[in-house]
Design a protein. Structure first.
Length: 183
């Protein structure tokens, strides 16, 4: 196993534990979850703080979101495309917020660049249906992100609404608003 593969294996084992137990998780527990000796962690990371920082960095990397966006069926219409995007955003952001909350972590130094990367991915995903939008895909992407971001915050803090289809209803809200018609 290469050093990079070992690093990713440790991070993949650490993130769920950090989300469940916060920074209190031990390196011994992480090693057990990864199926390695505890000392292996310290051959890859100088200390637990570096491991936590690397876990947050990896988990917040927009690459996983990019995969979800690029996996969208190019034939999806506007309704299903927006629903899929909101679902992916809420899932991603609630995970990021949950990890950050569990660790008591502060926003990262690359946060602005990553947010812009997410916006660019959303804009790219909306490009095939741009003719059906009342606004440019760039503005639609930011508005979709804003609604999904709010939903992710609620999800992290235990939204107690009685909404049986939160993603579908958010997509409907983004697409059609709350008014019966313009007037």
């Amino acid at each position: 196993m290469t050093a990079d593969e070992r690093r990713l294996m440790i991070l993949d084992a650490a993130v769920p534990l950090f989300m469940q137990q916060g920074a209190e998780v031990t390196t011994r527990q992480i090693a057990e979850a990864a199926g390695i000796a505890e000392g292996t962690i310290f051959r890859v990371f100088p200390d637990k703080a570096a491991l936590i920082e690397a876990a947050v960095e990896r988990f917040t990397d927009p690459a996983a979101f990019a995969e979800a966006v690029h996996a969208l069926d190019p034939q999806l219409g506007l309704d299903r495309r927006v629903t899929a995007l909101i679902d992916a955003i809420v899932h991603r952001l609630s995970g990021i917020m949950g990890l950050m909350h569990a660790l008591g972590a502060k926003p990262q130094r690359h946060e602005e660049e990553r947010r812009e990367a997410f916006f660019a991915l959303l804009e790219e995903a909306l490009a095939p249906v741009a003719a059906q939008l009342r606004v440019e895909p760039a503005l639609a992407a930011r508005r979709i992100w804003l609604v999904a971001f709010s939903a992710a915050i609620l999800a992290v803090h235990g939204d107690r609404s009685r909404d049986s289809k939160p993603v579908e209803n958010l997509a409907d809200f983004v697409l059609y608003g709350i008014a019966v018609g313009k007037g």
